[in-house]
Design a protein around this ligand. Structure first.
Ligand code: MLT
Length: 313
């Protein structure tokens, strides 16, 4: 039609509030990172960004909703590594990562931590391995649903150790961490952006970080390699997506605003406190993001197939 409004001329974008969909619970790691960048992005765009949590099924409910949203730049998805694992984990996923979205740019890569309720018996990662082997029928492992980062990390853990544990799914690791602190579940794998506060406060026990290097904000927590489980390596990359067909100049504006947000000293400081950092500017582009997504889809399809995981319906 071209007469303005949300699907017409894009030169004046944004003319209304932009919704950033977070496919997990409020207060969790994806939500935290999204809220950090939303404000400086909105300032750069000259509009308002509203964060909306559309949780369920390991992030696939929110992603599916954005895939089907109007491609007008007013619905944007923040998603993470789960965008590249879900196709291998679900038989009937209702979206295709490479075909149904425009990539906007990468945001951050977050280390994971293996954390337990503070009175859980094992005191080191090696103890944990021994303990879960001996008690596989009673140990509970929390995650944010099939396709979540916590689910993937839990799979890698169980594969490395050779056990099958009882998994307790939540709609995000925000509520899972609450239950871990409360002692309702035994342990989980979760991002430093969620666990740093509780680890530092001694509210949960941390066994290891899943990155090659220690995390600066958690200097006492060993790496999985140091702690004897070098196979367990994963960091949780995040990116912003728009529905396929969103005008290229709108995607470019969002990508520019993302770059500005990632260079914001307040964002850099907030991320550093939680064990992470913005990606370099050259990664906050549609091209770099798409290349990463393509590579990760291949990597995880193979890892998940090799682990003998059966896809859910
Ligand atoms: C969340 O925001 O709750 C997490 O990213 C969930 C996860 O993927 O483990």
């Amino acid at each position: 039609t071209g007469t303005g409004g949300s699907t017409g001329a894009t030169g004046t974008y944004p003319e209304e509030n932009i919704t950033f969909v977070v496919p997990f619970s409020a207060g969790g790691p994806t939500d935290t990172v999204t809220r950090m960048i939303a404000e400086p992005m909105a300032a750069k765009l000259g509009g308002k960004i509203v964060v909306q949590n559309v949780e369920g099924a390991g992030g696939t409910v929110g992603a599916g909703e954005v895939a089907r949203a109007e491609p007008d730049g007013y619905t944007v998805l923040m998603h993470h590594i789960g965008m590249s694992t879900a196709p291998a984990l679900y038989q009937n996923l209702d979206y295709k990562p490479l075909e149904d979205f425009e990539t906007i740019g990468l945001v951050t890569e977050v280390p994971m931590t293996i954390v337990a309720r503070k009175d859980f018996q094992p005191s080191t990662l090696q103890d944990l391995v021994t303990y879960v082997k001996a008690n596989a029928d009673k140990v509970t492992l929390a995650n944010a649903g099939i396709g979540a980062a916590s689910h993937l990390c839990g799979l890698l853990f169980q594969t490395a150790v050779g056990v099958k544990l009882q998994e307790v799914p939540y709609e995000g690791t925000g509520p899972a961490l609450t239950d871990l602190v409360g002692g309702q579940v035994d342990f989980m794998c979760d991002q430093t952006t969620n666990t740093t506060g509780q680890i530092s406060a001694g509210e949960v026990k941390a066994y290891a970080v899943t990155t090659p290097e220690r995390v600066k904000s958690l200097p006492d927590v060993p790496t999985t390699t140091e702690a004897g489980l070098p196979q367990l390596q994963v960091s949780v990359w995040h990116g912003l997506y728009a529905p396929k067909g969103t005008p290229q100049d709108v995607v470019a504006k969002l990508s520019e605003a993302l770059k500005v947000a990632l260079a914001d000293q307040k964002v850099i400081d907030q991320m550093a406190k939680l064990g992470t950092a913005p990606v370099p500017a050259e990664s906050a582009t549609p091209q770099a993001h798409r290349a990463k997504l393509e590579e990760q889809l291949g990597t995880w399809a193979k890892v998940i197939a090799d682990a003998g995981v059966k896809a859910a319906s």
